[in-house]
Ligand binder design. Sequence first.
Ligand code: AMP
Ligand code: GLY
Length: 440
Amino acid sequence: MNVLVVGSGGREHALAWKIAQSPRVDRTFVAPGNAGTALDAENVPIAATDFPALLKFARQNQIALTVVGPEAPLTLGLVDVFQKAGLRVFGPSRSAAQLEGSKVFCKNLLHHANVPTADYRVFRDADSAERFINDRYPADDQQVPLVIKADGLAAGKGVVVCSRREEALAAIDRIARQQEFGDAGKQLIIEERLDGHEASVLAFTDGRTIITLPPAQDHKPAYDGDKGPNTGGMGAYCPTPLVDSRLLRWTEEHILVPTVHAMKRSRHPFRGVLYAGLMVTKQGPKVLEFNVRFGDPECQPLLMRLQSDLVDVLEATVDGRLDEIEPLRWDPRPAVCVVMASEGYPGTYPTGQAIRGLEQADELPDVKVFHAGTARQADDVVTSGGRVLGVTALGATISAAKLQAYRAVKCIRWSGAWCRKDISDKALQYAGEPTGQEPG
Ligand code: AMP
Ligand code: GLY
């Protein structure tokens, strides 16, 4: 069979790499892909949101399965377009993708399904949001531990975690008055700020059966020690000891199952990958957000460890027969993914820098270099984005996987390349530590 992966980041490189390994797959295409996907699969120069061109390509190339990586084509309804055309496609429908596309939709659903999440209020204008803060916190109280969120997709920038009153008021102004995020800011949420440690729990679901994947941890802030501005994710590792097997079962029972049921009940049946962004608090895990796709970079260490045929799972999800598949097999070794970024990211950055040492890095044992923002220019692989590579390694322990990933990072260079040096170090802090009280 032929498979088409839609997207161009590190997640899509990992998906295409894993799909191409399936003995059932003849050709793997990636639209539009990057310089790395061109090595493990075949690139097609079609943008991820050009639905007519994707549909035409799928029909002309006997694509038996299309796998949608990023949230934008999902929230715009690519899955609905393919399904209407009678094509098999992995991912949630447009209506189910609201779970990520609208934070108001997500919070209301969680609230009704009794899924643990931060207390929140929804506002449609700046005045009422400001009034809420001024009523709740007396004028002489400058400590305002709240989070202000634009409702819609804002590339991770529509969330402001606040400590002080002026931060909260400035965030409301930017979202609701300056409309910095356009229509994404038509509604905003003010929620209670949670304290704890973050983890990503992903699961395949066909709307009835849920297969939970080993827990992972992302590193969203740009710099070591979780300092600096937020990014798309500077590295990830899997599994994280923050979520032990007891907590994972608890998360499944109290978060994933009720969410999938609530989606079905509210006539938005969910098929695809459900990604719970969790804050593990002293009262147990609470949902920060849901994503409706694999995480990037969490996907890279996850798929590095997956030993089962990914295509079997993707197809069973699409066909609604996840209950029939064998339990997934995982490499017992942990995996660590270190993101190498362009100088200036997450702000503005140059592109077109020639990258050296990719082959040497890839030749190291138990290493795979997933490309994100790369392109081919004549004989060179050059940078074309902020997050450029996801250097991923397996190891006997998390520390060994980390060491191997950074060994590979050392082989790679371009002008301005940088990365966090502490990816997975948090794991050491959790190992052997209680992860919170027995959740209520
Ligand atoms: P979100 O897109 O909603 O996951 O938010 C992005 C990031 O903001 C999360 O990964 C957290 O680091 C932080 N965040 C979001 N909501 C909260 C909250 N209620 N309390 C503390 N931090 C939060
Ligand atoms: N790694 C965070 C995300 O994919 O949204």
